[in-house]
Design a protein around this ligand. Sequence first.
Ligand SMILES: *[C@@H]1O[C@H](CO)[C@@H](O)[C@H](O)[C@H]1NC(C)=O
Ligand SMILES: *[C@@H]1O[C@H](CO)[C@@H](O)[C@H](O)[C@H]1NC(C)=O
Ligand SMILES: *[C@@H]1O[C@H](CO)[C@@H](O)[C@H](O)[C@H]1NC(C)=O
Ligand SMILES: *[C@@H]1O[C@H](CO)[C@@H](O)[C@H](O)[C@H]1NC(C)=O
Length: 431
Amino acid sequence: MAKKCFLLLLALVLYLIHSQSTNAQSQNKISPIDLDALLQIKNTLVDIAISTSPHFFSSWDFDSSDPCSSFAGVTCSSSEQSRRVYSLVLGTGLSDSPGLTGTLSPSIVNLTELTQLVLFAGIVTGPIPLQLGSLKKLRVISLTNNRLTGAIPESIFTLPDLHTLDLSHNQLSGTIPVTLFALNQLKVLVLASNRISGQLPSGFPQQLLHLDFSQNNISGMLPQWMPSSLRYLSASQNRMWGALNCLELISELVYLDLSMNHFSGGLPASLFQPKLNSMLLQRNNLSGGLPPLPPYLYGPGSIIDLSHNFLTGELTQVLVGVESLFLNNNQLTGTVPKEYFESVSLGRTKTLYLQHNYITGYPTAAVSSSSLPRDTVAVCLSYNCMVVPAVVGLMECPGGVGGQISRPAYQCSAFHNKSTISLKKEDHINI
Ligand SMILES: *[C@@H]1O[C@H](CO)[C@@H](O)[C@H](O)[C@H]1NC(C)=O
Ligand SMILES: *[C@@H]1O[C@H](CO)[C@@H](O)[C@H](O)[C@H]1NC(C)=O
Ligand SMILES: *[C@@H]1O[C@H](CO)[C@@H](O)[C@H](O)[C@H]1NC(C)=O
Ligand SMILES: *[C@@H]1O[C@H](CO)[C@@H](O)[C@H](O)[C@H]1NC(C)=O
């Protein structure tokens, strides 16, 4: 009786162990659709063969291992039925890895639970799968530093949960669709260094923090309403024009790069605040003067580049203390306030580029061999309407040593005559 009872118990225990293990097995099993999609994805991509570097696909063994637990870059959700891929990171991302080559399989669109798709730097070519935007749960798409071509699928710009879209450093073309405006989870949009053309949509999502579409072929103006939450904005190296007043309401900005475009008009005074400690507006068509504001406490690392524009008037104190200050190649006049040189002496300002303007004077006492730490700073004053002190000529400036020459006198008198005449005209009009 006891023996029979024991056998019964053993059978029960064995049954329980068995049923639990089959249960565990079914829980571990990846959905057949996702398995097939991973197979297709691997079929069109391959590690760039360099023997010494780790190969990304070496763990992708479809015969003997379970993708969810052993494939590099694959992360699955556990669900009652079957496991689904929710994150796919292609490539090792290691700095010594040359990355992947091949194309992105359209089968990615069968990974319908995907929330994150990352492709690390490599030489993957071809288009972004057209139906990628049907993966409604995608929050992060980062396909950077490859050679993807074709237009950005419009469907991506309708993904309801999209938080980060980074497609920078590819060869993508086409335009940015207006539907972008409605992406109310989007925080980071990086399309830098592609071949995107056309104009920007008339608005960006209001919660956007980081916007970079530098080095493209975008024309037209910035939208009238830029997101007030924006912290980082780069539109450098496009073909954009128009005034900058649309930036007046962005109070959170810490980085602004609109260099190498055709922006025109004056500098909004609201841009001059220490939080915005990288302001790169060089090589545009900006005019008008610097705002007549007192010095702010620009911190270490601050950089302001307004060079190669058409700025006029006298140098005000607003930029005293900026670590790297480029005001060269404008039409500035008057004398340089002594505070700029004091800031150099104190080691706060390390670069002060004022060359190629119409400046007529500088505080002689502040610019002497004893007061400027000339080995560690660059103060450039050449090609202005004044005699440049010899000490400054020893510093590293464009044109090298001996480049600290003055502007020819006829240019100076013609320019100053012209500005007096136009001033007189304006006076006359005002009366
Ligand atoms: C998605 O999966 C279905 C079912 O397995 C298959 O018929 C279809 O071809 C797949 N789609 C792509 C784009 O691979
Ligand atoms: C730039 O965009 C314009 C249209 O806005 C187009 O005509 C031109 O071909 C584009 N240039 C390049 C290099 O793509
Ligand atoms: C630059 O500004 C000047 C006037 O200051 C104007 O004549 C010229 O057309 C502008 N150029 C561009 C490319 O906007
Ligand atoms: C500038 O004006 C002065 C006197 O007002 C005149 O002597 C000089 O020739 C003018 N220079 C030029 C280049 O027009």
